[in-house]
Design a protein around this ligand. Structure first.
Ligand code: PMP
Length: 406
């Protein structure tokens, strides 16, 4: 398929026409949350204007339209991830998805002597739930380390996968380093040893063609707000055998077949984990986002972002005193950096005055910061709607603020 007209694509994003401090906005914080095309904003607006009703509770026309829209979003997302609709639990995002596995799958199963393997580059959302489970079960946590390029040390990781290990939870793409982990190979090694795997797809789903079924993991978590969709949307894919064996995590309406005071019969499949009224409008928006991304083609999105990253790296090479964290062979368009003599927050604050939005801080990855021996980094993260001109303007702004700080 021919490449999309990227200038036209960019024009689909209303917020990108904004000025900030009198300068055109340069939004380089998409790893934090992605911007939304008009199609997504309009889908949410249209839902509230014309269809708003609760799902599954009403026989009236609006009720069935809302249910159809919500289930339609599940079907679209399932197709996008290449998974079965009846294995896809809709939830508020990756944080909830991982906690669901922690509380519903791991908590009843793990015992003293068991171990969970995580990696050095995990987001706190893929660390803290496991610590809570470990504290309550007596299981221990082992850490797979990274090399100087910010890639997983695979022999060390495989060495950790002894018979005590019940779960390996790792990110597909690092939100700080951009490292793309070879999750297919890693999950194959884990599976050979009977170890269940969870892959955090937060930073992969927005950027690359995905075939979750082919990865061979047991659980895969995604978050809608990084995929050009609304906040408060996301999903957990799980093998049906796991879903059937897992007790519900949150109880309430919508997740039952029959409730008696003597006991409750739960709904089958994903529904068992979707108690209460979901973020219906949000999922309508996520359905529109998935349509939007699919129309662009994820291979095209990936190629565009790789081309932007190559330009970005070349331009950054001219900035004196710049230290880049993470130089993986396979890398998403995320660049964490520091400039000698300048604090990350000062850099980000001065860049904001130039209209540039980047994140500074620990990026919810304290153990990774500890590894590098820094309290914080700056992180510029790109998406397909960014431009070469923005990269040049960003690097010019960086030269300017460097002179003020360094
Ligand atoms: N994991 C990774 C790798 C992330 O980048 C993020 C978001 N910063 C999360 C988990 C948390 O996802 P959510 O925003 O859905 O809670």
């Amino acid at each position: 398929p021919s490449s999309p007209d990227w200038a036209a694509v960019r024009a689909d994003f209303p917020v990108l026409t904004r000025q900030v401090h009198g300068k055109p906005l340069i939004y380089f914080d998409s790893a934090n949350t992605g911007q939304k095309p008009a199609a997504v904003i309009e889908a949410v607006d249209d839902f509230y204007r014309r269809h708003n009703a609760n799902v599954s509770r009403a026989v009236h026309a609006l009720g069935s339209e809302a249910t159809e829209a919500y289930e339609g979003a599940r079907a679209k997302l399932a197709r996008f991830l290449n998974v079965r609709t009846d294995e896809l639990v809709l939830c508020s995002g990756t944080t909830f998805a991982i906690n669901l596995v922690a509380y519903s799958w791991a908590l009843p199963r793990l015992q003293p002597g068991d171990a969970i393997v995580l990696t050095r580059m995990e987001h706190h959302a893929n660390i803290v739930p496991w610590q809570l489970v470990a504290q309550r079960t007596g299981a221990t946590i082992r850490v797979a380390e990274i090399d100087e390029r910010g890639q997983l040390d695979l022999p060390q990781l495989y060495g950790l996968l002894t018979p005590e290990v019940k779960l390996l939870a790792l990110t597909h793409v690092s939100n700080v380093l951009g490292t793309v982990n070879p999750v297919r190979e890693i999950c194959r090694e884990a599976r050979k040893r009977g170890i269940v795997t969870l892959v955090d797809g937060s930073q992969a789903a927005p950027h690359r063609p995905l075939d979750v079924a082919a990865i061979g993991c047991d659980f895969y978590a995604v978050t809608g707000h990084k995929m050009s969709g609304p906040t408060g949307t996301g999903a957990l894919w799980a093998r049906r055998e796991h879903l059937d064996a897992m007790p519900p995590f949150v109880g309430g309406g919508e997740m039952i077949k029959e409730v008696r005071f003597e006991g409750t019969v739960f709904a089958d499949g994903p529904r068992k984990f979707e108690a209460g009224t979901p973020n219906i409008a949000g999922f309508v928006g996520l359905g529109a986002a998935v349509d939007y991304l699919s129309a662009l083609g994820m291979a095209q999105v990936d190629a565009r972002e790789q081309e932007l990253l190559a330009h970005f790296n070349a331009a950054l090479a001219e900035v004196p005193g710049l230290r880049i964290f993470g130089q993986a062979q396979e890398k998403a368009a995320v660049v964490s950096f520091l400039i000698e003599g300048a604090h990350a927050h000062d850099l980000a604050t001065l860049l904001d005055l130039e209209g540039v939005a980047i994140r500074s801080g620990h990026h919810c990855a304290h153990p990774l910061m500890q590894h590098f021996g820094v309290p914080a980094t700056c992180r510029a993260s790109l998406a397909y709607y960014n431009t070469h001109e923005e990269i040049d303007a960003f690097v010019a702004a960086l030269h300017k603020v460097r002179k003020l700080l360094a």
